[in-house]
Design a protein around this ligand. Sequence first.
Ligand code: SF4
Length: 247
Amino acid sequence: MEGNLTLSKSKINTFLQCPRKFKYRYIDEIKEEPNEYMQFGTDVHKIAEDIANELIEKENVNEETINDAISNVNYEGEFDIKHHIEGLKEFFNDIYANNYEIFSAEEYILDESDNLIGIIDIVIKNKSDELIIFDYKTGKPRSIDKYKLELTVYKMLLESKYPNHKVISAGIYFTGDNAYRIANFDNAKEDYFTSQSKEKIKENDFEYVDKISQHIYKTIDRNYFVTRKGFMCKYCFYKDHCDNDFS
Ligand code: SF4
């Protein structure tokens, strides 16, 4: 089975939430209907991608260039996302004010050796070609601890594709609150990006990704997916399947 299923941060996170949910979603391939919250996130990510792609093409990006890119946003969706667009404006200004530029946006990467896959929201680079990964979130700011696993997966993916670049830091940008949560990787010497880095992602975070990946493959081989019942079950798309299977 190991050769057949490529893991991603979403798959790993789903498994950690509930192995049974992982089975329904990724083994049985029962498609989840997108809810309002998912669509809202998708819309903000698409706008961020369009702005980033416009800025990548430009030289000497400054506040005016960024304002132009923001004013080109033509959102016709159903949500009120004004303050998320304002947040993105702050974010892109911070990138260039810190002497970084955009390296890639919404890049799809497959790492065959680790059997991992992912799309990284945005990667920025400094003058020494060192990289910082950012993932956008539209929800309320939370501790970086919650995101270390996915940021570790992204670093593994990025360094597999660009072995000559060092990923020094990774973080979450909360578009609605203009808030950062950033962690430096263990081998990073400095405090990057406006000295906002307060945390570290350590070697054992990488070992954890490896361990949980092996555990997922073993579970798939045994075809035994336990339920993780809790208050979140009432929001679970697979609740009816789950109730039927265990009634
Ligand atoms: S209802 Fe609860 S236990 Fe069942 S799959 Fe969903 S999250 Fe897991």
